[in-house]
Design a protein around this ligand. Sequence first.
Ligand SMILES: Cc1ncc(COP(=O)(O)O)c(C=O)c1O
Length: 345
Amino acid sequence: MTVRASLQSLHAYVPGEQPSGDRVLKLNTNENAYPPSPKVFEALGAITADTLRKYPDPIGRELCGAIAELHGVQPDQVLITNGSDEGLALCTRAFCEHGGRVGYLTPSYSLYPVLSAIAEMERVEYALSADFRWAMPEEVDVDLFFLTQPNAPTSLAMSREEIEQLLQRCPGILLVDEAYVDFADENMLSVLKDSDRVLISRSFSKSYSLAGIRMGYVLGPRPLIEALYKIKDSYNTDVLAQWIALAALRDQATMLSNVTAIRGARTRVTRELTKRGFEVLPSQTNFVFAKVPGGRDAETLFKMLRDRQVYIRYFPGKLTGEYLRITIGTDEQMDQFFAELDDLF
Ligand SMILES: Cc1ncc(COP(=O)(O)O)c(C=O)c1O
C-alpha cells in the first residue's frame, strides 16, 4: 500500500478548536451565537421512518428551487453541497486541467491551498499589503481564482469595481466565496448575472446558524453548474440537511433578525476594543480582526484568554501575527468577553 506522493507532504486543513463545557466562551470559529429558525425544529418533527429509509433527492430539487427563487436565478443554476467547502473542492476538480493554476489571496481562507494541493494544482498566492488591501497586478494568470468576499480573517470587503477589475485581469473562472456575505452591506449577485465566468458560493453555517448540518450551495452559469453536477457524489447532501436548510431558508425573518443583532454587537465590540487601544478593521462579517495595543503580544493574550476558557483565534505570521480574530457573539457573551479581557489588562 502506498500513499499518493502529493499527499505525503500535504499539510491538512486544521479546523478551529471545538472545546466543550459549560464555562467555555466560544468565539473562535465564526458560528452564529443565535439559534436557527424555529421552523427547523418543526421540520425535524415531521421526519418519519419512511423519510429516513429512502435515499434523499440526489439534487435537492425543492431546496434548489427555493434558493433560485430567493436569488432570482433558474433552479439549474444552483448546486447544493455538503457545506460550502464541498463546492470549493468540486471547483478545483472541474475547472483546472492537471497542473493548472489556482489563485487566491493571502491571508484568506486557508482551505484553498489545501484543496489545490489535493487536486495537484499549482498554487498562485497573491499577498495582501500591510493594511490588508490588494494591489492587484495587471495580469492575474490563473485558471481558477478563489476570492473570499468579505475576506477572512481580515473581515474586509472588496468593492464591486475591484471585483470587476479582477474579472478583466483574470482569464479564468472566478469563484466568489460569500460565506459571510449576509453580514455585509452588499453581495456580488449582479456580477454573477453579468458574466459567464463567475460562480458564487454560499453557506448555511453562518447567517442561518446551521454549521452542524453541513449545507452550502454554488450559483453560476448553467454550463459551469452542469460540470459540477457531473462530478459530485450521487447523494452529496442528506435528507435531514435538505429539510432543515429549506425550513431555515423559507424563514428569512429569523435569519435577518439574527444578522441585525450580530451587526449591532459588532459595532459595540468595535467601539469597546478601540477604547482599549486595539486597532479594529471595519468588519463586514460576523467577526472582527483587531490589532492588539502596542507593547502587547497577540499570541500571549490569545493563550491567556484560552486559559480562562475564552476561545478566539490567532493566526501566526508576518502579516497577521499582531492580530486576533474574535467571533461576534450575543451581547451577554461579549460582556463576558470584555470582563475577562479587562481582568487581564
Ligand atoms: C471563507 C469561508 N468559506 C467557506 C467556509 C466553510 O463553510 P461551510 O461550513 O459551509 O463549509 C468557511 C468556514 O469558516 C469560511 O470561512
